[in-house]
Ligand binder design. Sequence first.
Ligand SMILES: [Fe+2]
Length: 192
Amino acid sequence: MKLFSDNIEDLRTLYIANLKKALDMEQNITKALPTMIEKSTDTQLATAFRDHLEQTRGHVTKVESLLRAATGEADTATCKVISALVTEAEDSIKDAGDASIRDITLIASAQQVEHHEMAVYGTLRSWAELLGEDQAADTLESILDEEKKADELLTSISDSVNTASVIPAGNTGVNANRVNTPRTQTDAYVNR
Ligand SMILES: [Fe+2]
């Protein structure tokens, strides 16, 4: 009786291929974040992006070491998704006239990236577990946790940035009450 199915080697190949894409993704994010920091007018948002740039550099290092341990090299493979998301972000920034609308756009774009990263690392972590790569699974879990926290921070920043951009200061009317009312998970439609 075979101890492992033949598919385990196919899964290992898939795992390595997707680690290479994750490295390309992280490298692209380190290139995109400086522009996002520069374009942010909200200081909390700029600080969040600055902190995440440091974390992202750490993700590059961690994924490189996982690849070196698995293959002896830290090669990349093109992540088409991140290129598309960065292009979308650049277009949205160009289209946003007002500074506060640009901040909203930056948060939306960053959260699209975070959600993609969460899907990537959640999958890689599960595959590492299936392959019996427990240390790699722990490393991938630690990256996933940082992506989740970055996403949650952006959601919390969006609560003030979104409100400030659409409700003039001092407005206590119907719209102000609606926007300022804490949302539940089920009725939220932005930044969740
Ligand atoms: Fe990351």
